[in-house]
Design a protein around this ligand. Structure first.
Ligand code: PMP
Length: 372
């Protein structure tokens, strides 16, 4: 019997590859492969979810209260906001809004996989503009990737997995090219830099995406938002599934924004821990740590050793991310966790380095990471 045929775009596309631990049968002891917040949600979120009593109602499809609260947090007019089931959904809606089969998006690679996923699902083509050696966006590569079919240019800032931000001048240069520029600021709270959110309203070809998944620890409840040009919003409201953000997520946003001091102090701990982990890993022979303004570090391994490092860490029940992208063949990404997680990662990789240098598990004299 012949099976039903899917749309050609779907038959062609590769599935998205989430971190392996998301599908694991047994929880990993130290889960550092998904850029999650190790502290979880605010305790007020847990209380609010338990006390909320009208889960049998549908949420407000216009997201009025949510947009008012988020507008206050992000200093943006709530009329320019839309909230998604994670920022993933907003990437999907943008592709559905703008891409006809054969239309193109530009990705500044290596980068987050959902831009490709959502574009290809719509029959769009992904054109790669390779980042420079230091991972900065290469404007000459972006210009070379541009074609009459380019509809959007996606730039994550800080970029996942390289951790660096796009400069203001580059954003201006991108805006001059014509297609819609989508700045994905999923990790901006860890950067100490100003978001483009409040500036975005001045441009008719700029979208800024943000999320509660990382800084507020709500990844499992799925709340992202975007600042969009009015011309896009007019259609986005038509195509958004009416009840895309559920009432638990809405209650969690409300409670998180009432507990900003605590959540921001956790962000500061993660940032401090990032620097401590960078110093600890940077002193291990064979590893190269890229500077990061996000809640993860991209760590360069000796040639051909990324899978070995990942497996070594898995032996200590620590999950990290490795990649298929050729430019990341010799790299792993490690999410910044609590300080005991940093200690465990550094200890495990020191042990790997010692075994590799043939010292049979003994620390070379005179070299201490300073991280315990
Ligand atoms: N953008 C980037 C750059 C990300 O790394 C992620 C999550 N890994 C997302 C967006 C998706 O965030 P959300 O959980 O809001 O869908």
């Amino acid at each position: 019997m012949k099976g039903l045929r899917a749309r050609p775009a779907v038959e062609r596309m590769e599935p998205y590859a989430p971190a392996e631990s998301a599908r694991a049968e047994r929880p990993v002891r130290i889960k550092l492969d998904s850029n999650e917040n190790p502290y979880g949600p605010s305790p007020r979120v847990l209380e609010a979810l338990g006390e909320f009593s009208t889960y049998h109602h549908y949420p407000d499809p216009d997201q009025k209260e949510l947009r008012r609260l988020i507008g206050g947090y992000a200093s943006v007019d709530s009329d320019r906001l839309m909230v998604g089931n994670g920022s993933d959904e907003l990437i999907d809606l943008l592709c559905r809004l703008y891409l006809e089969p054969g239309d193109e998006i530009i990705d500044c690679t290596p980068t987050f996989g959902m831009y490709r996923f959502s574009a290809e699902l719509c029959g769009g083509e992904l054109i790669e503009a390779a980042r420079a050696e230091d991972w900065t966006v290469d404007m000459s590569a972006v210009r070379a990737a541009l074609s009459p079919r380019t509809r959007m240019i996606f730039v994550a800032t800080p970029n996942n997995p390289t951790g660096n931000m796009v400069s203001t001048e580059t954003v201006y240069a991108l805006l001059e090219l014509g297609p819609l520029v989508v700045l994905d600021e999923a990790y901006v709270e860890f950067s100490g830099q100003e978001s483009w959110c409040s500036r975005a309203v001045q441009y008719d070809r700029l979208v800024v995406l943000r999320t509660f998944s990382k800084w507020a620890g709500l990844a499992g409840l799925r709340v992202g938002y975007g600042v969009f040009p009015s011309s896009a919003l007019q259609h986005l409201w038509k195509i958004k599934p009416p009840f895309n953000v559920n009432l638990a997520a809405e209650a969690a946003v409300r409670a998180s924004l009432e507990d900003l001091v605590l959540l921001q102090s956790r962000v500061h701990c993660i940032v401090a821990e990032r620097e401590r982990m960078a110093a600890g890993l940077g002193s291990i022979d064979g590893l190269r740590v890229w500077p990061s303004l996000a809640n993860f570090l991209l760590v360069g391994t000796p040639p051909g050793r990324a899978a070995e490092l990942k497996a070594h860490l898995a032996g200590s029940d620590i999950a990290v991310r490795a990649y298929n992208h050729p430019r990341l063949a010799d790299a792993i990404r490690i999410t910044v966790g609590r300080s005991e997680d940093t200690d465990a990662v550094v200890r495990s990789l020191e042990q790997w380095a010692e075994e590799r240098s043939g010292l049979g598990g003994k620390r070379p004299s005179g070299r201490q990471s300073g991280i315990r």
